[in-house]
Design a protein around this ligand. Structure first.
Ligand SMILES: NC(=O)c1ccc[n+]([C@@H]2O[C@H](COP(=O)([O-])OP(=O)(O)OC[C@H]3O[C@@H](n4cnc5c(N)ncnc54)[C@H](OP(=O)(O)O)[C@@H]3O)[C@@H](O)[C@H]2O)c1
Length: 285
């Protein structure tokens, strides 16, 4: 597929930036260039050369969405705007690629989440994303990619921990939320794989491969790889958030089952390998 026929919305976000590297010729739009919540902006956009929309935009401030203002934005960007994109995709026979979240689930399952497990979003952000993904499923041609713990060029957990490590701060980190990191380089590769190989339309989980880990153990690995000799103090989600009113609830289990995407022929890299490369780049930044 010619990159020039791909529109990346939210091109300035973590995933958007990684996609822009894989598809340098793509049409790239940040929210100033194309506000996907604006029917007028979408109407005025030139769709004539677009064959694929990759919607990398979202309102991703999970705690911000708990405030009245944030909640409004979350529903506008994560839900209604997806409906706008579905209309455009269906009217113009375009493929829509949309990104869903592990927050679809309440995290109570024993074992990894499969694509068709029933959703039960806990927070306002999660509810807006879940409804948006339902809308995306109405596109005639779609890949909905469910991911978790996204790490790329932007604000993310690994950067926060590296920053604390650099300053010699020993952090207290939750040890009862488990998942697998998803490096945007790998997520973008997975998206390209779907575009190139055209497996059946539908929903696919994509995170990095490797052993599921808690945020606390991920921090230990980050410090080990970065060479910071600092103690990481375990805490429980309940304890950590008790002192932070207004913080959104998070699922304790964010592990996504990768059997479906791997059956297509795409096996994501182990998260430890990508973490090593990421830290190397961050330290030399
Ligand atoms: N981060 C995670 O841990 C995580 C976990 C699971 C799933 N996801 C999903 O993965 C996807 C990518 O996440 P990410 O971490 O790359 O997000 P991100 O870095 O926060 O980027 C989101 C982008 O969306 C853009 N955006 C916001 N409102 C917009 C609007 N009205 N019109 C057009 N663009 C708009 C923002 O652009 P401006 O900066 O120009 O406003 C921003 O660049 C999202 O769907 C997210 O829900 C993320």
């Amino acid at each position: 597929m010619e990159g020039s026929k791909i529109l990346i919305t939210g091109a300035n976000g973590q995933l958007g930036r990684a996609l822009a590297k894989i598809y340098p010729k793509a049409i790239k739009a940040d929210s100033a260039e194309l506000d996907i919540t604006s029917p007028e902006a979408l109407r005025n956009f030139d769709w004539s050369s677009v064959e694929i929309i990759i919607n990398a935009s979202a309102y991703t401030d999970v705690d911000g969405a708990e405030t009245p203002e944030g909640e409004k934005l979350a529903w506008a960007v994560n839900d209604r705007a997806v409906g706008n994109l579905v209309d455009i995709a269906n009217r113009n026979n375009l493929l829509l690629i949309h990104i869903a979240t592990d927050y679809d689930f309440d995290g109570t399952k024993n074992g990894s989440y499969k694509e068709d497990d029933p959703v039960n979003p806990l927070s306002k952000y999660a509810k807006s994303k879940s409804e948006g993904s339902k809308k995306a499923s109405q596109a005639a041609k779609k890949y909905i990619i469910r991911t978790a713990w996204v790490i790329g060029d932007g604000k993310n957990f690994v950067r926060t921990m590296l920053d604390l490590g650099k300053r010699g701060v020993a952090p207290t980190v939750v040890a009862d939320q488990i998942g697998r990191p998803t490096f945007t380089t790998e997520l973008a590769k997975g998206i390209k794989f779907l575009i190139d190989n055209k497996p059946p339309y539908g929903i696919y989980n994509i995170t990095n491969e490797g052993d599921p880990v808690s945020w606390a153990d991920l921090t230990r690995e980050i410090f080990k790889q970065a060479g910071y000799d600092l103690k990481v103090i375990n805490t429980a989600t309940k304890e950590y958030f008790a002192s932070k009113p207004g913080v959104a609830p998070r699922p304790l289990n964010s592990v996504l089952d990768l059997a479906k995407i791997e059956a297509t022929g795409f096996t994501p890299r182990d998260w430890r390998e990508d973490l090593r490369e990421y830290i190397k780049k961050e330290i030399s930044r």
